[in-house]
Design a binder for this molecule. Structure first.
Ligand code: NAD
Length: 353
């Protein structure tokens, strides 16, 4: 068994957030500032206890350090995790109070942490955060500048990564290749449209039948049930729903020789990376493929243009190719190689270079 390179380092700093009147209960974790301010979204989720929220914050903050380094962003990794209050939380004034209090907490960190939306939070929440701090992105886009919905950029990055992985594994382009997409929400649907434009054949599955039906009409995609999609005859499997899609049973059943999708944390367990390698499946590490969203969020914070975002997102393809080539020549699973590359990029001498 090949050891994972991730050391699961604790964050260098964390703050517990507590403001009973505002309903604020959570944590901000700063995993690394080696490359710049720690950036990562604010997740609002139901957690059984504060320790569960803390564990999630630490894990997610570490993931952001690797993702941001790999995308060559001048940012470290951090994350905010807020416990969703019970009761009638979605009344606008209640939600506003929580996110204003969160904005004050972000401001106290004086730019060491930059927030944005994540699961459970949205643009309007970030506008309330922005009343108290400028260390926030994921707000309404201004003309000519980066910002707004990150999903189209994530879809483009996954598309470029997939092109590179298909070229690596099959030596071909995407035309005529069958891609099975599990989850056709914001990113999955965007990816499907790009693939359709490139002449790929699509098979789609989603727990929401309407989403599949709309895409089928638009792109001629075939619709499958969510349980069978990973095992169909296809060249590529694209997990674009939730995390943990690649477990032992799914990998055993895969017929595709490329796995490349948008979902975060696709491997249900670390050993799955090795299983994929043993089965000759080229796995495009999730955080390398799906960095388009954070690239857009970072550009908004840094005041960059859409062109700069496009340049960084288009670099995902060649980066994925280099990673897959290195993994093949070193006989290692691509996620192990990706983690090593990211750790190298976090070393002080690399940051200074
Ligand atoms: P979304 O909520 O818009 O779409 C997710 C889709 O998956 C929905 O259509 C949902 O119905 C479907 N789904 C849920 N459970 C499913 C299942 N068991 N099988 C099949 N389909 C299922 O989310 P999104 O923004 O498109 O993000 C998709 C994934 O990509 C998530 O894992 C997210 O964390 C990751 N990601 C998104 C971005 C971004 O910019 N939006 C960036 C990086 C990573």
């Amino acid at each position: 068994m090949v050891a994972q390179t991730r050391r699961m380092m604790p964050p260098i700093e964390y703050v517990r957030l507590s403001d009973e009147a505002a309903g604020l209960d959570g944590i901000i974790a700063i995993h690394s500032t080696a490359r710049g301010p720690a950036a990562g979204g604010c997740r609002l989720w139901t957690y059984d206890d504060p320790e569960a929220a803390m564990r999630d914050a630490f894990r997610l903050a570490e993931g952001m350090s690797y993702k941001n380094a790999m995308a060559r962003l001048p940012l470290g990794g951090g994350k905010a995790v807020l416990r969703r209050p019970a009761g009638d939380f979605d009344r606008p004034e209640v939600r506003r109070a929580l996110f204003e209090a969160f904005g004050e907490a972000v401001e106290k960190l004086d730019g060491r942490y930059v927030t944005a939306e994540d699961v459970g939070t949205g643009v309007s929440d970030m506008e309330y955060v922005a009343l108290h701090t400028r260390h926030v992105a994921g707000r309404t886009a201004l003309p000519g500048l980066a910002g707004g919905d990150p999903s189209p950029w994530t879809a483009l990055g996954v598309f470029e990564a997939m092109k590179a992985a298909v070229e690596f594994r099959y030596g071909s382009g995407l035309a005529g290749v069958t891609v099975a997409i599990s989850g056709v929400g914001n990113v999955g649907a965007g990816l499907a449209r790009l693939l359709h434009g490139a002449g790929a054949q699509l098979v789609v599955a989603d727990i929401d039948p309407l989403r599949c039906a709309r895409l089928a009409e638009e792109t001629g995609a075939r619709i499958m049930g969510i349980d069978g999609i990973a095992a169909i005859e296809a060249e590529v499997f694209a997990p674009c729903a939730l995390g943990g899609a690649l477990d032992d049973a799914t990998v055993e059943a895969l017929r595709a020789k490329v796995v490349c999708g948008a979902a975060n944390n696709q491997l249900a367990a670390p050993h799955v990376a090795e299983m994929l390698m043993e089965r000759g499946i080229a796995y495009a590490p999730d955080y390398v493929a799906n960095a388009g969203g954070i690239i857009n969020v970072a550009a908004e914070y840094l005041g960059e243009s859409e062109n700069e975002v496009r340049g960084r997102v288009m670099a995902i393809g060649p980066r994925m190719r280099e990673l897959l080539d290195t993994a093949a020549s070193d006989g290692l699973p691509p996620p192990v190689v990706a983690d090593r590359m990211a750790e190298e990029l976090m070393r002080p001498e690399m940051v200074a270079a």
